[in-house]
Design a protein around this ligand. Structure first.
Ligand SMILES: [Zn+2]
Length: 170
């Protein structure tokens, strides 16, 4: 067996996506589909009212003591992270989100609408990440976009970090 080069990996991943649908999801409420700008996203398949449960996020539970989750890991409670599976894993950040996360059960989070959501709208929440050197630039397109995927009160710190990042030779 040979290691997969980048191009072949991409080609084979497309086969996995098409034939095995790990990354696809559709029901009467929501749908995972391509955003056309940054990979996949979760979209409303119908209208949601403020306060309405949009869907339940389940996945792998990871003990915070030996953390090895991805960047999409979510806070479940004091001791546990939730590594969301499809469709939750495909929810994008927005600086002007239409949903927020609440703890629903011992093992799951709920995505709850915080405003009226029309069908076909992308479902988003505020990742509210801490500022680190690696935070990506935000592409949410909101009028009040913070510029980076970072929480509101970390914007100042992020601007400082980003300045330093530019100066550093790579
Ligand atoms: Zn933004």
């Amino acid at each position: 067996m040979t290691a997969l080069d980048k191009q072949r990996r991409k080609k084979l991943q497309a086969v996995v996506d098409k034939d095995y649908s790990y990354r696809s999801y559709y029901d009467d409420d929501i749908e995972v589909k391509s955003t056309g700008r940054c990979g996949f996203g979760v979209y409303a398949a119908r209208q949601f009212q403020p306060g309405e449960l949009v869907f339940e996020v389940t996945g792998q539970l990871i003990n915070k003591k030996h953390y090895e989750g991805s960047e999409y890991v979510m806070d479940l409670d004091e001791d546990w992270y939730l590594e969301p599976s499809t469709p939750g894993a495909f929810m994008n950040h927005s600086c002007s989100p239409n949903c927020e996360l609440v703890q629903l059960t011992e093992f799951s989070l709920g995505v709850v609408a915080i405003c009226n959501i029309e069908a076909e709208t992308e479902i988003s929440f505020d990742y509210a990440w801490e500022a680190f050197d690696w935070n990506p630039k935000c592409q949410c397109g909101a009028r009040n976009c913070r510029g980076w995927v970072v929480s509101e009160d970390e914007v100042k710190k992020m601007k400082r970090l980003a300045k330093g990042r530019k100066k550093k030779p790579r």
